[in-house]
Design a protein around this ligand. Structure first.
Ligand SMILES: NC(=O)c1ccc[n+]([C@@H]2O[C@H](COP(=O)([O-])OP(=O)(O)OC[C@H]3O[C@@H](n4cnc5c(N)ncnc54)[C@H](O)[C@@H]3O)[C@@H](O)[C@H]2O)c1
Ligand SMILES: N[C@H](CO)Cc1c[nH]c[nH+]1
Ligand SMILES: [Zn+2]
Length: 438
């Protein structure tokens, strides 16, 4: 296997800003093609329902069946998978599920209210979604861990019905995925993926029920489809191809860092792995580790493409500058592989998840630390948070005026409404002012 030369950037270069922008950007022409194709798929699913789902499943996942009902895995099938997977897989899935549940239970929001001195009651009522759709990726790898990460917060939130979709390319069903669905208590599972699965959940088909919100990560087709259907349904965030950014002081074993970069690169050719360090010799050492370790990787092809196209080794003056560059990137995963992560984290403002210190491999967060691994990508950590229980709950305001409160605030509303020229608003409030009946 030939060596790959990872892009080298230096934050002190005059063209650093444009080089960084180019590194983070998608190729416009690819973007355009993906948008076109996703819009076509969504339109077909919206207008032709099951028939379109069957057609696209055959085209993209090479799976031909006679009806969408055949793509549903019933509860008995999920239970069978749980009972037949190897014991160590069942035990570790259950262990991971327990830690994920424990973490997410702390996110549960509760309703609250308070009372004014005149007896007026104000509050916030928290309710779970009636029906949520979980996208579990499955094109290039199967993700039992993503089943747990999507479904457990939904269940903790109290969602009425949880519908999961997952592609099964060539009809190969992953029993660990089904077992994870059984452990997490998923209500229905359909073996459908890509934009067609997102469309089916958003618009509903004869067989797949429409949901209120679609959550979960996926490739560029899935992320683009979620963006398109937002408004018809809620979405959690844009969780696209995986990303890792490592800030290292140069004192971690370079093999560890190379493997951490590989760990996200192996997800997808479009995944992005970036290392930032003030130690130029360390960047060289990691480059050497990359070329040494790459031939030992099972997914060397995907890693090589991802690293050649989208990875970078960035030299900075010091760790503060590393934090500034990282804040501009707003990565999905940020490893602080430094002596004193506690002080460096003070300077971090935007990241989906922050992994503190040399021993905290991002991979532990992917499986069993407890926090969610569905995280905002492509810089959206500037305004989005990890998937959580709060994504499956919504809030309603509660407003209950006493007669005294209606009198007091009716006078305020009346003046404001008349100022806006909205007489019906004003009179509706005025009817409730004491002694006023006109
Ligand atoms: N952010 C997170 O939390 C997280 C977690 C796990 C995985 N991931 C990411 O999820 C992604 C998973 O991608 P994947 O491909 O393995 O599975 P996927 O399920 O996201 O995508 C597979 C589907 O893509 C569709 N597709 C493939 N090629 C297509 C084409 N040319 N036109 C239209 N549709 C097409 C097919 O319908 C197929 O079913 C990776 O990028 C990985 O990095 C992210
Ligand atoms: N790193 C992925 C999120 O970007 C999650 C995952 C699942 N399995 C392995 N990794
Ligand atoms: Zn991962």
């Amino acid at each position: 296997m030939t060596d790959i030369n990872i892009k080298r950037l230096n934050a002190s270069q005059s063209d650093f800003d444009s080089a960084l922008e180019k590194l983070l950007a998608w190729d416009d022409s690819v973007d355009h093609q993906v948008n076109e194709s996703v819009r076509h798929i969504l339109h077909q699913v919206k207008t032709r329902g099951d028939a379109a789902v069957l057609e696209f499943t055959e085209k993209f996942d090479r799976l031909k069946v006679g009806s969408v009902a055949e793509l549903e895995m019933g509860q008995d099938r999920l239970q069978k998978a749980l009972e037949t997977i190897p014991r160590d897989q069942r035990v570790t899935l259950e262990k991971a599920a327990e830690r994920v549940r424990d973490y997410h239970e702390r996110q549960n929001q509760t309703s609250w209210q308070y009372e004014d001195e005149d007896g007026t009651v104000l509050g916030q009522k928290v309710t779970p979604l009636d029906r949520a759709g979980l996208y579990v990726p499955g094109g290039k790898a199967a993700y039992p861990s993503s089943v747990l990460m999507n479904a457990i917060p939904a269940k903790v939130a109290g969602v009425g019905e949880v519908i999961m979709v997952v592609p099964t390319p060539d009809g190969v069903v992953n029993d660990m995925v089904l077992a994870a669905a059984a452990i997490a208590g998923v209500d229905r599972v359909f073996c459908v993926g890509g934009a067609q699965a997102v469309g089916a959940l958003a618009y509903g088909t004869e067989t797949i029920p429409a949901v209120d919100k679609i959550v979960g990560p996926g490739n560029i087709f899935v992320a683009t489809a979620k963006r398109e259907v937002f408004g018809t349904v809620g979405i959690d965030m844009i969780a696209g191809p995986s990303e890792i950014l490592v800030i290292c002081d140069g004192k971690t074993d370079p093999d560890w860092i190379a493997m951490d970069l590989f760990s996200q690169a192996e997800h997808d050719e479009q995944a992005q792995s970036i290392l930032i360090s003030p130690d130029a010799a360390f960047l060289d050492a990691v480059q050497a580790s990359i070329n040494k370790l790459l031939p030992t990787m099972e997914r060397a092809g995907i890693i090589a493409t991802s690293m050649a196209d989208r990875a970078a080794l960035i030299h900075v003056a010091d760790l503060s500058e590393a934090a500034q560059v990282s804040n501009r990137i707003a990565p999905e995963h940020l490893e602080l592989s430094v002596e004193d992560p506690e002080s460096l984290v003070e300077e971090i403002r935007h990241a989906g998840a922050i992994f503190m210190g040399r021993y905290t491999a991002e991979a532990l967060g992917d499986y069993c630390a407890g926090p969610n691994h569905v995280l905002p990508t492509s810089g959206t950590a500037r305004f989005s948070s990890p998937l959580g229980v709060y994504d499956f709950q919504k809030r309603s305001s509660i407003i209950g005026f006493s007669a005294a409160g209606a009198d007091r605030m009716g006078r305020v509303a009346s003046v404001l409404a008349r100022g806006e020229g909205l007489t019906a608003h004003a009179r509706s409030a005025e009817y409730r002012i004491k002694g006023r009946s006109d």
